[in-house]
Design a protein around this ligand. Structure first.
Ligand code: MN
Length: 130
């Protein structure tokens, strides 16, 4: 289980990702826009941040830049979530410094596996807790 922050301005996408993360035993934190997401990140220092690219005011690139300039937050992995129709978009996301990307529309079958691949430490084996 990990503490994962999702920053996403689309309520349906946000709820879907939160539902999937919680269903797989993660703690899901949410930010409904960039500034709110940064505030939650500073307060909670999550294990992973999943961030929408296209948001009003502060977009995903802006969020990433702020994270990377913050000594406390700069090492938290940050994954972009966006509709990447073209190879150039993917390159742009990775060049910007995101640790990876997850494509919209969110595929519920794949989402949590994709998320797990970005967590620093693998989840504990089933039954390892007690
Ligand atoms: Mn958006």
């Amino acid at each position: 289980m990990a503490r994962i922050l999702v920053i996403e301005d689309n309520p349906e996408n946000l709820e879907l990702m939160r539902f999937l993360l919680q269903a797989f035993g993660h703690e899901a934190l949410v930010g409904r826009q960039g500034e709110e997401g940064l505030a939650v990140a500073q307060r909670e220092q999550p294990d992973l941040i999943i961030c929408d690219i296209h948001m009003p005011q502060l977009d995903g690139y802006g969020v990433l830049a702020r994270l990377r300039s913050d000594p406390v937050l700069r090492n938290i992995p940050c994954v972009a979530v966006t509709a990447l129709a073209m190879l150039g978009d993917r390159t742009k996301v990775l060049d910007a410094g995101f640790d990876g990307y997850i494509s919209k529309p969110i595929d519920p079958e794949k989402f949590t596996d994709e998320v797990a691949s970005y967590l620093k430490a693998p989840p504990a084996a089933p039954g390892a807790k007690k």
